[in-house]
Design a protein. Sequence first.
Lengths: 342, 290
Amino acid sequence: MVPKPAEKELILPSGGRFQATSLPAQGETRVAWKRLKSGLPLGQLFFDGFTTITALITLSLVLAISAVLAIEAAPALVRFKAGFLISTEWDPVSEQFGALPFIYGTVVSSFLALMVAAPLGIGVALCLSEMTPFWLSDILGFLVELLAAIPSVVYGLWGIFVLGPFLRDVVEPVLGHYLGLLPLFQGPRVGVSMLSAGAILAVMVVPYISAVCRDVFSAVPAGLREAAFALGATRWEVVRLAVLPYSISGIVGAIILGLGRALGETIAVAMVIGNRPVISASLFMPSTTLASAIANEFTEATSDIYVSALIELGLVLILVSLLINAIARLMIYKLTTQRFSQ
Amino acid sequence: MRTIAFQTDRHRTWRKFKNATMMGATVAATLATLVPLFLVLSYLVKQGLFGINWAFFTRLPRPVGEMGGGMGNAVLGTIELVGLASILAVPLGIGTGIYLSEPGHNGTATNVVRFAADVLMGVPSIVVGIFAYGVVVRPMGGFSALAGAFALATMMTPLVARTAEEALRLVPAELRESALALGIPRWRTSVSVVARTAARGIATGVLLALARIAGETAPLLFTAFGNQYWSTSLKQPIAALTVQVYTYAISPFEDWHRQAWAGALVLTAMVLLVEALVRLLSGRRLRVPR
């Protein structure tokens, strides 16, 4: 219900009312402002309250996740203490649990993935931001982003039936023939292996690295590029003299972010890595990771301590990935932060 | 003089050569990256297409050995899970996005919230599953659709929040200022002027988050769990397309593998269609968070 305006009374669209006599600014501005605010405390209160509470919930989710994992892992934490991290034994029957094979598998598979994905991702980003015209960058960029949109279970399915057999029958014999002296490339060829996990992870991580690198490259001041071009530099020299030095910390951030993705990827890895908690030097052997072990064994875990040990694997995983993500984000913010200034 | 000219000539050729090599390498990298995309998609279509028929969308899975059957319950389950998750995550995400984009907030506070949202996007999905297991499954005493939706909502919130923030930031500051100059209160300006202008961007962000969430398997494994039948209650386990594809893919049965390919094709088609739609709607201006 709109109140009837009194004589000489001004009604703002906000519903704030004030007398015309109070309008002259001389010494009375503050009074007028106060009335304007007191005109509708409810709407503003509700709006501020709602947005602040939702923001707090989002903020607390990260903390809540860590806390819940720590609580659920408590029995295993108490029982195995620090030995959990360095023990290689994983025997649900005798209830002995050690995380080292899982940590090893996670680190090696992610490292393999990054060896391929980091140069590819940077290359893609350079190509799209420095080489191709806008319209083509848009199309190619869209296609690369589709790689990130394909569900990981689909990658896993493709890994089981296409990539795994291909690696087993084509790539592994070649590697074994030429580099067989290295322990990395020895052993039986079974199709599920550390190598296929690394390969599938590489495909999945490239779009993240390239997308972040593109953002970082686009934050390079145009003046730097133009100055280099004006000196007669070739495209590559512009990249090397102006683009790369400016964005190096962002590139490192992008790679670390990719590492975070690779460490935490679950389903695709669980489908191709073979799930065998044994440390083996050969990349042809089945292995396991922190995330894939949880996916595989959680619903089969029979005893409470088994579940708790699996959750402790998750606790290790989240602590590592929180750390990695925090570092990567901060490195990227440093370069692209002007986007956020008001 | 001639010698110097000769050397610079050679030098120039060398520089040009280096330029061509390095720039060629970046093009090669792009092509190499796109090869798996085409391999995956073409194989998916080849293997999955003939498994897709009316029964796939309407029938329940059959036991091993019996031909026919479908994944109707899983298709419906995915839609239910994603719908439930968005009931939770959309208000949370948009609220957080508005909080992040609202001028005049304490800079440190917004930075902390934005940082938390970004880090939350990087939390491994399997860990989110454990979180939902501890918070919902254990207190409720069993796997349920609600637990699955809770896990998905946890992953969806930061995505919605960050796209909403990006969309809200694209609204010119002059628009807000003119509204304020007319005496419209701050909250009304934010809701009816700024948010309404950015509504399309926010909607595309929500769509994108829906697509990403629909493709998640890991957080559902021990929350929604999967179900071979139609589920009648939100407190029961529920089937999801991703979980069904996963179970079938790692099974030893030829028949189930065929179903898995069909399911994967439907899933990928759904996700990629939404992704393409989002791109068309948002154009180049809206940056997608990752």
